[in-house]
Design a binder for this molecule. Structure first.
Ligand SMILES: [Zn+2]
Ligand SMILES: [Zn+2]
Length: 425
């Protein structure tokens, strides 16, 4: 029995020593950090650190501006262990910093990098493994991109200061199941990855429903391209911004777990969400090596190249978008201007106001086929101002059926669309 036990232990030790994949998971963390999130005149954190360490440790803020929001820091060191406790004014910190790259406050919710509020244990001769647990007051939520190990979120292999985003407070939170990395390869068993979506305070219920739908469909489009989503778990933090109707700045931080921040206009416009490229672009970054410095162009170039391919393949664009509007979008199809939009829709007998989803492949092809010879001829002749059937002819009779041609502004630029209400249903 003893010999046999020795044998297995030696074998396992040998395996652990030679296989980095097996050696990585640490059963016991170096530190546990227990947080209590409460809401009393703003979001407050109480954090208790317990670390195993033969040497003395210190606990330091990683953000300069965080120091003044830390209070009652007490550190006790004895018998190979260090214990630290502190209070943190999370809302105060996020309000003061007010940057979607570090920390922002929206209503009663905060998006902040982990190092914004978690002190970093210093004194180890290697990067310590930290298990984070969070108790939240009623109605409050804690969300992170870190993997869950037992009842804790585990930070390993990366110091606190480089860790990704966390979202805390009055969030609208949902865990979306998306195909796991590699699971869409032929012959692979089905498996799910989890995309955790946290929407900060300040967006209507209908707007939040649109945001979840957008996140899910964009993640599925990525998964279809990469034969599975780019991570086993990821956090997407959506931050409402005022005076914006579409999508703003996006940023990916993949420290310890994948996290993505995207700014969205407070008044969510479903069509603008689905026509935007930022979320698709950021999610591509999560599936690629992160390159800093002079090689950044390579990473950005690759993401910029792949993004329209993913969106076009997935058809993630809003199905309610009118065909006349889609035709002017140079990302959908290049070269069609206002004139050719009107003329080719008339040729194909399709109203420019019809929803894209209600246009069949044959009809879409008819529109494009009608545009092509006319555009070529115009390019050859050097002008495009003769023989218009509807363009510029509002109020005059349709050459096909005689009905009165109509005109109205369409799309974001409100450029005039011309059509015959009778023979272009
Ligand atoms: Zn980028
Ligand atoms: Zn007509």
């Amino acid at each position: 029995m003893v010999a046999s036990g020795m044998f297995w232990r030696t074998l396992i030790a040998a395996l652990l020593a030679t296989s980095p994949a097996l050696a990585q998971p640490v059963a016991m963390p170096d530190c546990t950090a227990d947080g209590v999130l409460s809401d009393s005149e703003g979001l407050k954190l109480e954090v208790t650190y317990r670390c195993r360490a033969a040497q003395p440790l210190s606990f330091q803020p990683t953000e300069d501006r965080a120091a003044q929001y830390v209070s009652d820091l007490k550190v006790e060191q004895r018998d190979g262990a260090a214990e630290a406790h502190y209070s943190f004014d999370l809302s105060g910190f996020a309000r003061a910093v007010d940057s979607t790259s570090v920390a922002v406050l929206r209503g009663n919710s905060v998006l902040a990098t982990l190092g914004g509020w978690l002190l970093e244990p210093r004194g180890y001769d290697r990067v310590p493994v930290i298990d984070i647990r969070m108790t939240t007051g009623s109605g409050l939520i804690f969300a992170t991109g870190l993997p869950k190990v037992g009842d804790a979120w585990r930070l390993s292999g990366i110091p606190v200061r480089f860790a990704g985003y966390t979202a805390l407070g009055r969030l609208t939170y949902r865990e979306l199941a998306v195909p796991a990395p590699g699971s869409l390869r032929p012959g692979q068993p089905k498996a799910d990855a989890i995309l955790r979506v946290a929407i900060l305070d300040g967006i209507s219920e209908a707007g939040r429903a649109d945001l979840f739908d957008w996140a899910e469909r964009t993640a599925e489009a990525e998964a279809n391209y990469w034969q599975g989503f780019t991570a086993r778990q990821a956090l997407l933090g959506l931050v409402p911004v005022a005076n914006k109707r579409g999508v703003g700045y996006g940023r990916t931080v993949s420290g310890g777990g994948v996290t993505v921040m995207v700014e969205v206009g407070v008044d969510v416009d479903r069509r603008r969400l689905f026509n935007d490229w930022v979320l698709t672009h950021e999610l591509i970054h999560t599936g690629m090596p992160f390159i800093r410095g002079r090689g950044t162009w390579l990473m950005e170039g690759a993401a910029t190249y792949v993004e329209p391919i993913i969106r076009a393949r997935a058809g993630v664009k809003d199905p309610t978008r009118p065909i006349g509007d889609a035709l002017l979008d140079q990302r959908t199809i290049a070269g069609i201007g206002n004139l050719w939009r009107a003329e080719s829709c008339w040729d194909a007998g399709i109203s420019p106001w019809r929803a894209t989803a209600d246009v069949s492949d044959e009809e879409a092809l008819a529109v494009v086929s009608a545009a092509r010879p006319r555009m070529l001829a115009a390019a050859a002749q050097g002008h495009q101002d003769r023989d218009h059937r509807v363009y510029g002819r509002a109020g005059r009779p349709c050459p096909r059926c005689g009905a009165r041609i109509r005109a109205r502004g369409q799309g974001d630029d409100n450029r005039r669309s011309f059509w015959c209400p009778s023979c272009q249903p």
